[in-house]
Ligand binder design. Sequence first.
Ligand SMILES: NC(=O)c1ccc[n+]([C@@H]2O[C@H](COP(=O)([O-])OP(=O)(O)OC[C@H]3O[C@@H](n4cnc5c(N)ncnc54)[C@H](O)[C@@H]3O)[C@@H](O)[C@H]2O)c1
Length: 364
Amino acid sequence: MKTTKVGIIGCGMISDTYFKAAQKFNILEVIACSDIIPERSKAKHDLYGVANVTNEKLLANKDIEIVLNLTPPQVHSKIALDTLNAGKHAYSEKPFGVDEADAAKVMALAKKKKLRVGCAPDTFLGGGHQTARKVIDDGWIGKPLSGTAIVMGRGPESWPHAPFFYDYGGGPMLDLGPYYMTALVVTARGFDFRTMGPEVAPQYKDKYVPFGKYPVNVTTHLTGVVEFQCGALITVITSFDCYRHGHHPIEIYGSEGSLQVPDPNGFDGPVRIFRKGFKDRDWKDIPLTHVYTDNSRSIGAADMAYALRSGRKHRVNGELANHVLEIMLSFDKSSKAGARVELKTACERPAPLPLGLNEGELPE
Ligand SMILES: NC(=O)c1ccc[n+]([C@@H]2O[C@H](COP(=O)([O-])OP(=O)(O)OC[C@H]3O[C@@H](n4cnc5c(N)ncnc54)[C@H](O)[C@@H]3O)[C@@H](O)[C@H]2O)c1
């Protein structure tokens, strides 16, 4: 099979997952990588045998069709614009951008240049979520009426690059909200400063270590209600201010029953159902109908590569990511205004994955 040549910009923590998962999808061939800290891309060159170059060289490489942008959120839009200006398709880690204006620039440039944009998460293509979707689409819980999407914890304070999660573009909504979703809203910040953990990424050493702490620039507890086009009301909570909770990540309540949807930060199940008429009061596990249950990040980029060949729409697309970004940013907007926010963007539901695929396969 003729491969689609890919370059990776940003060789930090998540990049190994991409380097490895891309090996599963024969259509993707990672040929070069870059990082503003060259030792990091050199380490990936040593491990995976791909060329270690600068961003400029990577973008100038005529063979590369898709650039995977695995940089921190604040540079996502810039790298996406550079990628499109270099005539390449841009696929980014989440979020799609840190503000709507930047994201709109990316969408407009892609349209002008007739290039594709995509943005993680692609976990909704995993076996767990495709099964949950099939169960809903096939009517097993009737009409979805309401639900909950809850992700709470104390945040990634101990991570070496923790400060970026507490700066603009981070926080529980933009970091974890992309997985969840989508505005009657209250937001808060539980702590004004956070403590640097024992492992510190080099770029934060001089800046924060002498003080032992760093400022929190984003709201860290956001809660609201999102009204979907079908009328379902979903209660959303994302928080970095909570030590422990007992809620399931996502539950959907329909006219005929209820569904427990697995953690959207992963690809696996379980998917559990309760239907009216069940004799006992227990949830029942549903066998997964789709493959991709291990960490398959990059499946969205592989789907983009197939879509480029056939001309079909790619599933993990910019329209979707841009809509999700507007929803996430609307929580703070609604809270500040003390009012409901009407969304301006919209998107089509991506096509489901067909049944019967094997690992590594995607539809043409
Ligand atoms: N770490 C995770 O578990 C995880 C999971 C899912 C998604 N993500 C997302 O992936 C992205 C990266 O996260 P990470 O945890 O790998 O962060 P990281 O800080 O470990 O890696 C980011 C890398 O990008 C490099 N970089 C920064 N600016 C650059 C530029 N202008 N050009 C080239 N390289 C540049 C940094 O030097 C760093 O090596 C974020 O958007 C994050 O939300 C991370």
